[in-house]
Design a binder for this molecule. Structure first.
Ligand SMILES: C[S@@+](CC[C@H](N)C(=O)[O-])C[C@H]1O[C@@H](n2cnc3c(N)ncnc32)[C@H](O)[C@@H]1O
Length: 284
């Protein structure tokens, strides 16, 4: 039997055992091998593997074993109802941000009519595209300072279907990306800005692969959070809400800052593990 024929008699299910062993030997979770194989097999685990698919498998496994995060290796990752394209130009969408999106939707549901939304620092589009696809009464601005990130958001917008008509992408720094005539009219400003201190010791898988512009914000990590809290009220409609993701130790100082600036209904909310992760505040 030629090597080629030998390859073609292997099913994804059989290959999964071998890939799992290789991942475990490298200290990687068994689940990652399972996800990778299921993704490549497109759910058809008993199909025999073509030579071309085997070459792709080998390439993806080599990338993962070299330390590249699984999400970039696969090139896409789920976020709530969406399957987002992701690569090194954007932060990998996180489960805690799915929870923040839920808080943002609650703030939309408090309000009625057609609602204007801004997702500032949209990256892959995770927050803004979720708002647009989960609430049909929204018009959503997704912005980023990074043209590279916006290219990824644009690709994800193209795969969004009908809700895409209600989404606009814009490049620029925070509120400067928005047209001036939106001032005083936004029902929601949502953002997961960079909030890691420049000196923080991040795991290599984050520091070596994810974009620095998506992670760090000044010596304390609060530069961008402060900017957003300080300027959002001017852009919000009366009763509109600011919803921000941050790290647990930043929540109380940021809530105090929001209260001092005159926001009302200032709340701190947890992620799925119970850690304080979101600040919610309303313009009176
Ligand atoms: C932590 S990532 C969040 C990405 C995405 N919203 C998510 O939750 O997965 C922060 C994003 O803010 C963007 N960013 C950094 N500085 C910015 C600025 N001055 N103005 C607008 N966006 C900025 C980064 O390019 C990055 O896409």
């Amino acid at each position: 039997m030629s090597d080629q024929n030998a390859e073609q008699t292997v099913s994804w299910r059989e290959l999964r055992k071998e890939t799992t062993q290789r991942f475990e030997a490298a200290g990687l979770p068994e689940a990652e091998a399972r996800w990778l194989i299921e993704d490549l097999a497109d759910g058809l685990l008993d199909d025999l593997i073509t030579e071309r698919s085997m070459a792709r498998h080998d390439d993806l496994v080599a990338r993962r074993l070299a330390g590249e995060p699984l999400q970039y290796v696969l090139g896409h990752w789920p976020f709530r109802t969406l399957d987002l394209m992701v690569d090194q130009r954007v932060l990998i969408p996180r489960p805690e941000t799915e929870v923040v999106a839920g808080y943002a939707l609650e703030e939309l549901d408090r309000q009625s009519g057609d609602l204007l939304v801004a997702d500032l620092g949209t990256g892959s589009g995770a927050l803004g595209l979720s708002m647009a696809s989960e609430r049909t009464n929204t018009k959503v601005w997704c912005t980023d300072f990074s043209a590279d990130a916006l290219a990824v958001a644009r690709a994800n917008l193209a795969g969004l279907g009908r809700p895409a008509r209600r989404v606009t992408l814009a490049q620029g720094s925070w509120f400067a990306a928005l047209p001036d005539d939106l001032q005083g009219s936004l029902a929601l400003v949502v953002s997961n800005p960079p909030y890691v201190a420049a000196t923080a010791d991040l795991p290599a898988e984050v520091a070596d692969w994810e974009p620095a512009m998506a992670l760090t914000a000044g010596s304390q990590g609060t530069d961008d959070l402060h900017h957003l809290v300080d300027h959002a009220q001017k852009w919000l409609a009366p009763g509109g809400a600011l919803v921000l993701e941050m790290s647990p130790e930043q929540t109380i100082p940021l809530a105090d800052r929001a209260t001092a600036l005159g926001y009302t209904e200032v709340r701190i909310r947890p992620d799925l593990t119970g850690r304080s992760r979101a600040l919610i505040a309303q313009r009176p």
